[in-house]
Each structure stands twice: as structure tokens, then as C-alpha cells.
Design a protein around this ligand. Structure first.
Ligand code: AVI
Length: 347
């Protein structure tokens, strides 16, 4: 039976998270994306230990489940970051070093419904700051909805939505000479390995100018009795979220997974600092995919690693940004010290 997997053994390319490209909530996939899904599944299930990329959680059902997870009492991350935005907007503006007479661009990668950012936009708007808000997402639908809501709630804010891949969109903004503040919230970075996170942040920096800021929301390392329930809620939403990956392989790739023969198993220790989600086979079984000559054997108790959710401290952040052009300028935390928003300054 496979043992707990050392995170260092995980091939880094497997974890490219939804957050690289924003939400995948377009739901109708071009053929090349379906082919990539099939390739990743065949490769991941053929590997030992088995692994599936977490970016495939986010189909229509997965997105709906994640929205509900964020509302769960056990899932403290969203509330903790919201608290920072709603209670410390003054400190936040100070940390970003923006002044009312300097026009700047507030760019957000994968804004979702923008709930947290709206708290800041409200204060900036009232304070007569001069800025444009540029949400970047792969989903035109998500951007249209956000723009519509902002037009109603904050009509004074200039919204310039950018639909597409993060890095393509950021490159298209390079010409502008306004100072930039880049938001990447929700501990989305935590679904990447540290190596991937370092590469991702390096690439963000190459699209920014000295003194521009990256505002990075991360979940902090804390004890297992707080972290584990966030990934193992009694209502079973996280279990459904994890198992939805198999349902998706069945419906989109013609798989024959028996969903009832897999259980959801999150693992976390404060020493490791990474919540890892597994699907565990509860029987010896074989799975096939349509149009694939491969069969995938599972022994009872065998695990598929489906997601990592990294937790951080200053040392880990400093290691990750060590070879990038960023340094920590400020850190804001919620009252319980569960979550942090780091202001990383481009040097
Ligand atoms: C999107 N991401 C930051 C979430 C997390 O906490 O890793 C995804 C999630 N997985 C299970 N619950 C929530």
C-alpha cells in the first residue's frame, strides 16, 4: 500500500492550478483542452503514486461547490481575508504606498465575485483616489457579472475588465506607465508547489516596474485542529468537491469510476505545513477510459493525490521570492492570525 507521499516527489507540472489562468468556468472546453485533460489523467493515473491535477476540480459543479465551501464555518480562509479587507483598509492603502494624487492601476488575478476587493474599492472611491480596476479572468461570464455588480454598487469606479490568460493580459498592460498594484488573493498560490509559486511570482515581476506591488493573500501555518476541518467539513462539501473530479473523468472522458468506491482523505501536520487531499480506493478495482487502451488498477487503500494547499510563514515566503525581484514590504493579518496578506514590493 502506498505511504504518505513526500511533497518533494510530486512532479511540479501536475499542479498548475486554476489560478494560473483564472477560473475555468467557461464550461465549454475547446478540443485541445479536453485532449490535455485526457493526457493529464492518463499520465497521473499511470504514475506511482497516483496523482490528478487540482485545476480539474473547477467545472460548473466544482465552482458551485467551491462557492459553498467558502461559506462553511470550518473554511476560515475566506472570512479571515475578508476581515483584513473590511477592518484594515486604511493600513492596506498605506502599505500599498498609494496617494490620492497619483493615478494607479489595481489589477486583480481571478477576482471571483470581488467580495473582498469591493471593500477596498469602496474606501478608495470615497477617498477620491484616482485609479482603474482591472480584473483579469479567463471567464468572460465571470467578468461581465462582476462589471455589472460594480456598476450598480460602485458606479464611480472605472472598471477595465481583461478576459484571457493572466500573463498575456499582464503583458498587454506593460505599456501603461501608471504604478501597478497586483492582487492575487485567497491563498490560490497555495495550490502550487513552492517551485511553481516561485516561477509564477518571478513571471509576475517581469511584467511590473520597480516600486509596483504584489498583494499576495496566503493561509498561515497553524495547528491541525484548525486546518484539517477546513478540508474535511462535516457537511461533506469538500468530499463532494474532491469526488467531483472522478465524476468529471466519467462524464468528459468516458471513465467508469465507481464513485462509491473512493473516499475523501485530507492530511495535514503543522510540521509539513501543507494540507494534502487524497482520494482513497476502498477496494481492489480497475478503471478504464473511453478511447484509451490503458486500464488503471487500484489496490484497496491506494491513494490518488488530488490537491495540495500550502500554508505559509515569513521564512517560506522569503524562500519562494528569493530569486525574484520582490521583497516583503508589509504584512497584514486577521485578528486570529490565521491568514496574511503580504505586500511584496518589486525592487
Ligand atoms: C482555491 N484554493 C485556495 C482552495 C484551498 O483552500 O486550497 C481550494 C479548496 N480545496 C478544498 N477546499 C478548498
Amino acid at each position: 500500500m502506498p505511504q504518505q507521499q513526500d511533497i518533494a516527489e510530486i512532479p511540479t507540472e501536475i499542479f498548475s492550478n486554476r489560478s494560473h489562468n483564472g477560473s475555468l468556468a467557461a464550461y465549454v472546453w475547446p478540443d485541445n483542452m479536453l485532449a490535455q485533460f485526457k493526457k493529464d489523467v492518463e499520465q497521473g493515473l499511470g504514475a506511482f503514486p497516483k496523482i490528478l491535477p487540482s485545476k480539474y476540480f473547477y467545472d460548473k459543479k466544482g465552482d458551485e461547490l467551491f462557492v459553498r465551501i467558502m461559506d462553511l464555518p470550518e473554511y476560515y480562509l475566506t472570512r479571515a481575508e475578508f476581515e483584513i479587507f473590511s477592518e484594515q483598509s486604511g493600513e492596506l492603502i498605506q502599505a500599498l504606498e498609494i496617494s490620492p494624487n497619483q493615478h494607479f492601476e489595481l489589477i486583480e488575478l481571478g477576482p471571483g465575485d470581488g467580495t473582498k476587493t469591493k471593500e477596498l474599492l469602496k474606501v478608495l472611491d470615497q477617498g477620491a483616489y484616482q485609479f482603474d480596476y482591472l480584473p483579469i479572468d479567463i471567464s468572460q461570464n465571470a467578468l461581465d457579472q462582476l462589471e455589472h455588480n460594480l456598476a450598480e454598487e460602485l458606479p464611480g469606479v472605472c472598471v477595465r475588465k481583461k478576459q484571457g490568460d493572466y500573463f498575456t493580459m499582464l503583458a498587454s498592460l506593460r505599456e501603461s506607465h501608471h504604478p501597478k498594484v497586483l492582487f492575487f488573493l485567497g491563498s490560490n498560490i497555495g495550490n502550487m508547489t513552492d517551485q511553481q509559486a516561485a516561477e509564477f511570482i518571478y513571471k509576475l515581476g517581469s511584467n511590473l516596474q520597480p516600486d509596483d506591488k504584489l498583494f499576495l493573500g496566503v493561509d498561515l501555518i497553524k495547528s491541525a485542529n484548525i486546518v484539517l476541518p477546513a478540508y474535511n467539513d462535516p457537511a461533506g462539501l469538500t468530499k463532494a468537491f474532491n469526488l467531483n473530479l472522478l465524476a468529471r473523468i466519467n462524464s468528459e472522458l468516458g471513465g467508469n469510476f465507481d464513485i462509491n468506491k473512493f473516499s475523501h482523505q485530507p492530511e495535514y501536520t503543522i510540521e509539513n505545513g501543507i494540507a494534502i487531499s487524497y482520494l482513497v480506493s476502498t477496494a481492489d478495482q480497475t478503471v478504464t477510459l473511453n478511447g484509451s487502451n490503458k486500464t488503471f488498477k487500484f489496490s484497496q487503500g491506494e491513494k490518488i493525490l488530488t490537491e495540495i494547499s500550502r500554508k505559509y510563514n515569513d521564512e517560506i515566503i522569503n524562500n519562494i521570492i528569493g530569486n525574484t525581484d520582490f521583497q516583503i514590504a508589509h504584512k497584514l493579518t486577521d485578528r486570529k492570525g490565521y491568514f496574511a496578506d503580504y505586500v511584496l514590493k518589486r525592487i
